[in-house]
Design a protein. Structure first.
Length: 128
């Protein structure tokens, strides 16, 4: 069920991406918290109550696939969207793996704010 104050965690190592996604979602009425890598993201996920987590695939310290695995091990019904710039290189395999690991949607960077908001709404409306 979609509510105006859904809590969203964004995990991405790129500061500009974190800022852009956070601003876009906050303008859409969501409460957003950010983490700059998978390790920080896992800590925040475990200590918070998030309705959705957006995870970048390519990150140092703990990549997005490992992060998704750990999130889903902690909470099987966790809702996740995977994002990646992999499409720029013609590599879709990591995003395919993210789907297999339970990501409800995958977005290839660069994607539009409209595509992001649509994916977020659809993920939040899903049964999980």
């Amino acid at each position: 069920m979609l509510f105006a104050m859904n809590q969203i965690l964004i995990i991405d190592d790129d500061a500009m991406t974190r800022h852009t996604l956070s601003a876009a979602l906050e303008q859409g009425g969501f409460q957003v918290e950010v983490a700059e890598n998978g390790e920080e993201g896992i800590r925040k996920f475990r200590s918070g109550s998030f309705d959705l987590t957006i995870v970048d695939i390519w990150m140092p310290q703990k990549d997005g696939l490992d992060t998704i695995i750990e999130i889903r091990q902690h909470t099987r019904k966790a809702k996740v969207i995977a994002i990646s710039g992999a499409g720029e290189f013609g590599i879709t395999t990591p995003l395919d793996w993210a789907k297999r690991l339970g990501a409800l949607a995958v977005l290839v960077k660069p994607f539009s704010i409209e595509d992001l908001r649509n994916a977020v709404r659809k993920a939040l409306d899903s049964a999980g």
